[in-house]
Structures are given as C-alpha cells and as structure tokens.
Ligand binder design. Structure first.
Ligand SMILES: [Fe+2]
Length: 114
C-alpha cells in the first residue's frame, strides 16, 4: 500500500478544502472533497478515521440517518482496517457505497495511489 509523502500531501490538501467548504456551509462540496480525501487517506488510520468523522458530521447536519449510521460503523472499523492494510482501493467512504468495495480511482489521483 502506497504511503508516499506526495499522497499524504494530496490528502492534506483535500482535507483542508473539505474543512473550508464545511465552514462555508457548502455540505455537498465538503462531502465531495471528503470522498477524495478518503481515497487518498485510507492507508493511514487517523486520516482515514478523520474523513469518516467529517462525513458523520455532515450526515448529522443533513439529518441523514443512513449516513450517520453508516459513518458510525466506518468510524468503528476504518482505522483498524487501515492499520492492518486491508482497505478497498478507490473507495469513496460514504454510506452510499459498500465499505469493502474497491472503486475506480479518479484519474487525477491514480498516480498518487499506485
Ligand atoms: Fe473508510
């Protein structure tokens, strides 16, 4: 699993953009950035869990019970899966997708995730 400094820097940039969007009240924009942060951050337990925490916050603000329940599950397990290196490549992390299903990696992130 690729844990390069470049991948981590790209994660940090997406996380920062997600934070800014959330502070601006742009829940959809923040969630989209978090999906990209999730793809990038899965190899590290804390960054991975942070994306699920933020998705949980957005789910709560939307009063979306499915998202909240899905993110509680992912928060409980995601960090452990990162720690043991068992993460599905390209998975975007939202409750709208299975947490164990590999997904196509966005083209602009593919080199970073190899
Ligand atoms: Fe995850």
């Amino acid at each position: 699993m690729n844990r390069s400094p470049e991948r981590r820097a790209a994660y940090d940039a997406e996380a920062q953009a997600a934070r800014a969007a959330l502070e601006a009240g742009d829940l959809d924009g923040a969630f989209a950035r978090l999906e990209r942060a999730h793809v990038l951050g899965q190899p590290w337990a804390a960054p991975h869990s942070w994306t699920h925490w933020m998705m949980l916050r957005i789910g709560w603000r939307r009063r979306d019970g499915r998202e909240v329940a899905g993110q509680l599950l992912r928060l409980a397990l995601g960090g452990v899966f990162s720690w043991v290196g068992w993460v599905p490549a390209g998975n975007t992390g939202g409750a709208n997708v299975s947490p164990i299903r590999p997904m196509p990696i966005p083209t602009d992130l593919a080199d970073l995730c190899r």
